[in-house]
Design a protein around this ligand. Structure first.
Ligand code: ADP
Ligand code: MG
Length: 228
């Protein structure tokens, strides 16, 4: 589904200093995988995830998504593929605070030509167990519930790929387990999940663990063979 070949991302800092966010990364990701990306702070995890979701463009290298070369594509073409194929989940939820859970989940559909937006949003919220919280605003929900709203919003366009940047980073362990259980279920339904974490215990819930350090992939193994 995804092929990265020799991807580098060089950031220009003040004073002309260059930082390698990603340094010659090559990866192959198949449909239906559940991957954890781990590594220390500043190692390039978010840069990798943003690159995978075309929120950031590599400085060099090749990116194939679904067999198609993305490098030369315009931003608008990338945005269209992103909206159809990818759902994002972030550490701090990124919900709109002054509207309800239901309205948050409807947002990605507003500019689509889909009918029955409300029904689709309700179904997404039901799928994450929030049928009785749809009319609540984010500040009336726990952190775990807010993250479930964010997951429903990520799912409402029925993407094939979920990209999650430290999705449990702001949550207690019980809520974290609930989020991981949802990812597990989604993966069993065939969705590809790529999740950043810096906790080994959480990474073990994925099937494959990719470890990043200084912008490079330093290990890439099935989770059961990686030491916790
Ligand atoms: P992680 O998510 O693993 O903490 P990041 O991918 O955010 O790491 O960052 C990797 C490196 O790239 C860091 O040195 C960071 O400072 C740098 N970096 C990331 N984004 C930018 C940016 N937009 N501008 C300049 N430097 C950046
Ligand atoms: Mg990060």
């Amino acid at each position: 589904m995804i092929e990265l070949n020799n991807i580098s991302r060089i950031f220009q800092k003040d004073g002309g200093i260059e930082v390698k966010g990603l340094d010659d990364v090559s990866l192959s990701i198949s449909k239906g995988e559940f991957i954890a990306i781990i590594g220390p702070s500043g190692s390039g995890k978010s840069t990798l995830l943003n690159t995978l979701g075309f929120l950031d463009r590599p400085t060099s290298g090749q990116y194939l998504f679904g067999g198609k070369q993305l490098s030369g594509k315009h931003t608008s073409a990338l945005a269209k593929v992103r909206n159809q194929e990818i759902g994002f989940v972030f550490q701090s939820f990124h919900l709109l605070n002054n509207v309800t859970a239901l309205e948050n989940v409807e947002l990605p559909l507003i500019y689509s030509d889909k009918k029955d937006i409300q029904k689709l949003a309700e179904a997404a919220l039901v799928s994450v167990g929030l049928e009785d919280r749809m009319d609540h605003k984010p500040n009336e929900l726990s952190g775990g519930q807010q993250q479930r709203v964010a997951i429903a919003r990520a799912l409402v366009n029925q993407p094939s790929l979920i990209l999650a940047d430290e999705p449990t980073g702001n949550l207690d362990s019980k809520s974290s387990d609930e989020i991981l259980q949802i990812f597990n279920d989604l993966n069993r339904q065939g969705k590809t999940i790529i999740m950043i974490t810096h906790e080994a215990e959480i990474a073990q819930k994925a099937k494959r663990i990719i470890r990043i350090s200084d912008g490079k992939v330093v290990s890439d193994q099935p989770s059961l063979t990686v030491e916790a």
